[in-house]
Design a protein around this ligand. Structure first.
Ligand SMILES: [Zn+2]
Ligand SMILES: [Zn+2]
Length: 146
């Protein structure tokens, strides 16, 4: 069992990705790793200390994304949400090859880390550089009690 306190895990994650510890970085990482679903910047702001500077927050998200700590979760709206990456992600490569699921009841988007995106065969001379696989439906929390 991993017995390291949460504060140490945050420090380890930051240093593994070559980032110095700052209060905002720690707080953002904590909020994202505590969330069961992807969060937009404004949703994060509501959970961060009130004195968190918005510019600093967005700079933090940008560097986290570049360093492979978090990934974007895209849906049909303009809202960009973020979720924490699996531990294997790094600045060199993201391993975000999992399916996302948007609940039409609570509107949360979940990372289904255990569900891999199915392989697709592309026509000749098509070369994919990114992939987003989004399913919509009703999540576990919103299913009527049986
Ligand atoms: Zn739901
Ligand atoms: Zn994801």
């Amino acid at each position: 069992m991993c017995a390291a306190p949460a504060s140490d895990r945050l420090a380890q994650t930051l240093s593994r990705h070559g980032l110095r510890q700052t209060p905002v970085r720690r707080a953002v990482l904590q909020v994202l790793s505590d969330s069961a679903y992807a969060l937009s910047g404004s949703e994060m702001e509501q959970q961060l200390p009130a004195d968190t500077d918005r510019i600093t927050l967005y700079r933090t998200l940008k560097s986290f994304e570049e360093k492979g700590l978090i990934h974007r979760v895209i849906d049909s709206t303009d809202i960009i949400r973020y979720a924490s990456c699996s531990v294997e992600c790094s600045v060199e490569a993201h391993f975000d090859n999992h399916v996302h699921f948007k609940c039409t009841a609570c509107e949360h988007i979940y990372c289904l880390n255990q569900v891999a995106i199915p392989a697709v065969t592309l026509p000749a001379r098509f070369e994919a550089v990114s992939r987003d696989y989004l399913l919509a439906g009703v999540c576990r929390e919103c299913q009527p009690a049986s």
